[in-house]
Every structure is written in C-alpha cells, then in structure tokens.
Write a protein that binds this ligand. Structure first.
Ligand SMILES: [Zn+2]
Length: 242
C-alpha cells in the first residue's frame, strides 16, 4: 500500500514557509482561470455531509468559532446545492486519538479513520509542531492522506498556543477549505509562477486570489471570515452536481 502525504498549512505571517503540499491535483473547469487549475487537492469522495468531530479540549470560544466557520461553508453549499458539507459533532467525551509528539497517516489508519468522518484536534505540543516542520507562525494544519489519488482520511490539527483569538474563525474557515480539496489560492513556495498555478508574489491586495480565504498568509490583526467569490467558484468546480 502506498501512502502519499500532503500537508497544507496556514501561515500566520508572511516571511515563513515551513511546509508545502506534496500532492497536487489538476482540475479544470470553465469558471477557473488556467493559473489556478493546479490549486486543488482531491475532493472528498463520499456522501455529504461528512462528520466533523470537534475535540472537546477546545475552549468554548474556540468551539463556537469552529461552528461559525462550518456554518459559512454549509450555508454556501446549501444555497447552491441544497445540502451541507459538514455535520458538526460536538460533546464528544471520548478521545479516540491521542496525538502526542508525532502523527502519521499510518496512525490514522490504525484508528479506523475514514474520509467521511474526521477530527479537528487541539494539538499544542511544540515537539509535534517541530516534527511537522511547523513553527509558531503556523497555528493550524490539515493533514490529508491518500491511497493512489484517492483521499482516504484527514485531520485538522490546531496549535492553540499559536492561534490569535481574533483570527480563530479565519483560520478554521481556511483549514476547512483544505479539507474540501482546495489548495491555496496562489503558490506560496519559491514564488515562481507555474502555468497552472500562479505565485502569490506581487499579487495586489485587491486581487481576487489575495482576498480569498484560501490565500496562504494572514498578517497580524487581519481577518477573513467570509468566503470570497474565488473560494466559492473553486469549490463549485470540485463539487458540481452530477
Ligand atoms: Zn493553508
């Protein structure tokens, strides 16, 4: 069995890039410009809604921020397609996965994870963060596991020590976009544009890719709590009605 691991991250401030997605998924659709056709991961390939299990260790305030972010995605999809992306499961007393100093797709495998049910976990271990190649500038990460090109399971991990309370909704909204299969709205890596994936470098602030929730960087005090046209168009591209 072959595992391909893609990690996607949310970057807090602009000059840091700790980790990049390793699995790309080219997706073409008439509403998407060519320079974003490489900005995708595999979509969730199971019946919607998928169950999002919320770690009871999150504070009440954080849980309500998760709920808000979920509502934004759900109401958008409800409006377009009459169903929700996520079914939120809170009040979970039992932890089925203890994440201490490392995490891998194999561990998720052991715990019977699936792509139609995944956790958002509070993971405040500095060692874990370091082992994932992350820093305090990365408040959250979505780990996606694949078997060949199919998404098999995923998990959102949040280091709440690095999460600014004013930006909680923005961060959760962004990570949920990753779980649906959206990569960043532009390429944050070395800054060299590819034909199918434009670089974030030099994008003006008024640019739709900059305004997108899936833009990879959020500077201090900045918030993005609503889905933008670009986020919605790319999501529609992945979840078109049959
Ligand atoms: Zn991200």
């Amino acid at each position: 069995m072959r595992w391909l691991l893609a990690t996607v991250l949310f970057i807090f401030v602009i000059f840091q890039n700790a980790c990049s997605p390793q699995k790309k998924y080219i997706h073409t659709c008439p509403e998407i410009s060519k320079d974003q056709t490489g900005a995708f991961f595999a979509p969730i390939d199971s019946d919607l809604p998928v169950t999002l299990k919320v770690d009871p260790d999150f504070s009440k305030e954080q849980q309500s921020a998760i709920q808000k972010a979920v509502q934004k995605w759900n109401s958008f999809y409800q409006k377009e397609h009459g169903k929700s992306f996520f079914y939120l499961k809170t009040d979970l007393e039992e932890q089925t996965l203890h994440i201490s100093e490392s995490i891998s797709c194999e561990e998720l495998e052991d715990k019977n994870y699936s792509q139609n049910s995944f956790w958002i976990k509070k993971t405040d271990s500095e060692k874990l963060w370091t082992s994932l190649g992350l820093t305090k500038r990365n408040p959250a990460i979505t780990l996606r596991c694949y078997l060949d090109d199919i998404l098999t399971k995923q998990i959102i991990m949040v280091n709440t020590k690095y999460l600014n309370s004013e930006q909680e909704v923005s961060v959760f909204l962004h990570e949920l976009g990753h779980t649906l299969g959206l990569n960043h709205s532009c390429l944050e890596d070395e800054g060299i544009s590819k034909e199918n994936y434009i670089s974030c470098k030099n994008l003006p602030k008024a640019h739709p890719y900059y305004k997108a929730v899936l833009y990879p960087y959020l500077v201090q005090l900045e918030t993005k709590e609503s889905l933008e046209n670009n986020d919605e168009a790319r999501t529609n591209c992945l979840y078109k009605e049959e």
